[in-house]
Design a protein around this ligand. Structure first.
Ligand SMILES: Nc1nc2c(c(=O)[nH]1)N=C([C@H](O)[C@H](O)COP(=O)(O)OP(=O)(O)OP(=O)(O)O)CN2
Ligand SMILES: [Zn+2]
Length: 156
């Protein structure tokens, strides 16, 4: 069993969020080169110490699930939900999306595979969770489901 410096068991908590987004994998040899979308499922796992602060709202918690959610929502879910996630080098699709007035498009510096998206989520969110509770709290895993049967993990 993993333990912290003071001998207590290390605890992790996971918050699941969902969003819809479109994408395509331009070089893919099969179906995924077509414009299509997913109901993505995002799992945010944080590890840290359980707060021992009687009377505080988050007493007994690593971090309040609602706060885990609000940080992920503000920086990823609200930005990507009902957007089209497009690789900056996918000029054909970028050009098309630019013709659509007020279209919600997110341009990425990498191809929007599950692996790359999980990495972007990790890099985006880690400083926000770290900054929230300091060194005692760490983002340890981002798991992104592209379909119920396909997912990618990014570990800190
Ligand atoms: N390693 C990866 N492989 C694939 C990715 C990816 O992000 N990383 N993405 C895709 C496609 O975008 C697609 O969404 C998933 O394709 P597929 O495996 O065909 O998923 P289905 O839901 O169609 O699976 P079924 O089992 O046929 O229902 C492809 N590969
Ligand atoms: Zn896909």
């Amino acid at each position: 069993m993993n333990t912290s410096a003071d001998g207590r068991a290390a605890i992790s908590v996971t918050r699941r969020l969902e969003f819809d987004a479109g994408h395509r994998i331009p070089d893919h040899r099969s179906q995924c080169r077509n414009l299509h979308g997913h109901r993505y499922v995002l799992e945010i796992t944080l590890s840290g110490e359980v707060l021992d602060a009687p009377g505080e709202s988050d007493n007994g918690m690593v971090m309040d699930f609602s706060e885990i959610k609000s940080i992920a929502k503000a920086h990823i879910v609200d930005v990507w939900d009902h957007a089209f996630l497009v690789f900056q080098g996918d000029t054909a699709v970028r050009g098309f999306l630019e013709t659509l007035p007020d279209h919600k498009t997110v341009v990425l510096d990498c191809i929007p595979t599950a692996e790359n998206l999980a990495r972007i989520v990790f890099r985006t969110l880690a400083p926000h969770y770290q900054g929230h509770y300091g060194q005692a709290l760490r983002l340890t895993r981002v798991r992104l489901f592209e379909t119920p049967n396909c997912w990618a993990d990014c570990h800190g």
